[in-house]
Design a protein around this ligand. Structure first.
Ligand SMILES: Cc1cc2nc3c(=O)[nH]c(=O)nc-3n(C[C@H](O)[C@H](O)[C@H](O)COP(=O)(O)O)c2cc1C
Length: 189
C-alpha cells in the first residue's frame, strides 16, 4: 500500500519538472553560515526516481552554495493546496559545476532563466538601485560568464515524506533508503 504512495510521489515530482504544477517550485532549507536555518524557493528541474535524486539550478555565487559546501544535508518541501498534499524531501546536496555535468540542464533552460546568471553582481550583493535584467543572454562573453556562474544542485534523497490532508485522505507516510531500496512506513498525521 505504501508502494502506491511512493509511486504517486515520484509521479508528482516528475510531472512538476515537465509542466507547471504546485510542486514545480519547492522550498529549499539549508543551514546558514551562522547556524540558523535559511529557506528559499527553487524550481524543480529534474526528478530521477532511479537515482533517487531531484535537481535545481542556481548561481554558484549565491549564499546557498557556500552553505551547502559547509553542510550538504538539505530539506525541500512542497505543497499542493488543491489536493491537500505536502511532500517533504531530505538528502545530501551535490554541487555540479563542471561543464559536462551541467550542460544538459543548461541547454534545457529558457533564455530568460539563463540571463539571470549573466549579472555582474553576485546574488545578495548590495546594489545602488534595482537593475533591469535583459530577457536574453546577448553576448558570447556574457554567455560564457553566465555558464560559469550557473550550476546544478542535485539532492541525493535519503528520506521522503507524503502527507495527504484531503478529507478522503488523512494519511502520512515516510520512506527511507535501506540497502538501496525504499522502505515505507505509515505514521500518524
Ligand atoms: C518562484 C521562484 C522561483 C525561484 N527559483 C529559483 C531557482 O530555481 N534557483 C535559485 O537559485 N533561486 C530561485 N529563486 C530565488 C530564491 O528563492 C532566492 O531568493 C535566491 O536564490 C537567493 O537565495 P540564497 O541567498 O539563499 O542563495 C526563486 C524565487 C522564486 C520566487
Amino acid at each position: 500500500m505504501t508502494a502506491s504512495v511512493h509511486q504517486e510521489l515520484w509521479q508528482s515530482l516528475g510531472a512538476a519538472t515537465q509542466s507547471r504544477s504546485p510542486f514545480t517550485t519547492m522550498q529549499l532549507a539549508t543551514i546558514g553560515m551562522d547556524g540558523a536555518p535559511r529557506v528559499r524557493t527553487v524550481v524543480l528541474r529534474q526528478a530521477d526516481e532511479v537515482r533517487s535524486t531531484v535537481s535545481f539550478v542556481t548561481d554558484l555565487r549565491s549564499p546557498k552554495i557556500a552553505e551547502i559546501r559547509r553542510e550538504p544535508r538539505v530539506s525541500l518541501v512542497g505543497y499542493d493546496p488543491q489536493a491537500g498534499i505536502q511532500v517533504r524531501l531530505e538528502g545530501r546536496a551535490v554541487i555540479l559545476d563542471q561543464p559536462e555535468d551541467k550542460k544538459s540542464i543548461w541547454d534545457r533552460c529558457r533564455p530568460h532563466t539563463l540571463a539571470l546568471f549573466q549579472t555582474p553582481d553576485a546574488p545578495g550583493t548590495e546594489i545602488a538601485s534595482p537593475r533591469a535584467v535583459s530577457g536574453t543572454v546577448e553576448h558570447c562573453d556574457g554567455t560564457e560568464q553566465a555558464f560559469r556562474n550557473f550550476c546544478v544542485v542535485t539532492v541525493e534523497l535519503q528520506r521522503l515524506e507524503w502527507l495527504d490532508l484531503s478529507p478522503e485522505g488523512h494519511q502520512r507516510c515516510f520512506f527511507r533508503q535501506t540497502a538501496g531500496s525504499w522502505v515505507g512506513t505509515w505514521i500518524a498525521p
